[in-house]
Design a protein around this ligand. Sequence first.
Ligand code: GA4
Length: 329
Amino acid sequence: MVAITLPSSIDQIPLMRCPKANAGQGAAAAIPCVDLSAPGAAAAVADACRSVGFFRATNHGVPTGVTDALESRAMAFFALPTQEKLDMSGAARPLGYGSKSIGSNGDVGWLEYLLLSVTSNTVKISSLPPSLRAALEDYTAAVREVGGRVLELIAEGLGVDRALLRAMVVGREGGDELVRVNHYPPCPLRAPGDCGVTGFGEHTDPQIISVLRSNCTAGLQIKLRDGRWVPVPPEPESFFVNVGDSLQVLTNGRFRSVKHRVVAPEGAQSRLSVIYFGGLAASQRIAPLPQVMRDGEQSLYREFTWGEYKRAAYKTRLGDHRLGPFELL
Ligand code: GA4
């Protein structure tokens, strides 16, 4: 990636550019789609997690009213003056309201966001507008169910106890569930050449799974195993699930965390996405599940806890290979 120099009137941050994805035929077809209520869903989920690390989930049971309410409350929040947003949420460190800066090691993108801890369905930011807080709590309760269902299907697809993964994440005492609301305003800049302006740079998610829903503005891209970046067509009626680093380790690399990124919108529309991250309790040990290992199979990773991995992650840059220091072979 290369930094773009911006006219100083627009902003004082060095934006990044990313080469355009392969929007050609077959790109959307590369994204598996799973009907969560279909009889073969467990096998389809496992297959998608193995081949791409990402899939579109339909028949998820979340009422449109719940997603619509959050979308409109969130857009109203982002329309407020910056100082008000900061006063209500605090500056992201890492939780709170952030603008253009991601993490604390110099990553930037064309976005603003709210990052919230939602464990036990309590949005731990007391001064958010009550209507936004209520919409977030309703949404979290619903998306957590989607996450729970997906974790059951993953477990079933792996041939382990159906409740095992869900119990490690969802509603777990001391667990680490986050919700991130990302707002990508239309970007007036043009990156040089065949590039777009980076909204959120390429990375993998450290958690077990992430469950994303966006409005109808495009921008999300995923990296396939063959190295091609493909755009993910927006599909507001669906959720998108991605495998995180922790699930990669639990499956000893059978499922691989997917690299993804967001390109800033070029037209008149904003992109709004909401992501639920299912993480573990800080003391939870992360190592390949014995039930998935073949006789004599070696672990690809040294054992660690979620607390240890998270601390290490926060010292990295977005695009770093965070599992690297934990790999054994
Ligand atoms: C990527 C996934 C989630 O959005 C997130 C991000 C976190 C942050 O924005 O605070 C991190 C990033 C994410 C991984 C590396 C570190 C931490 C920014 C960053 C540079 C909330 C998460 O859990 O990890």
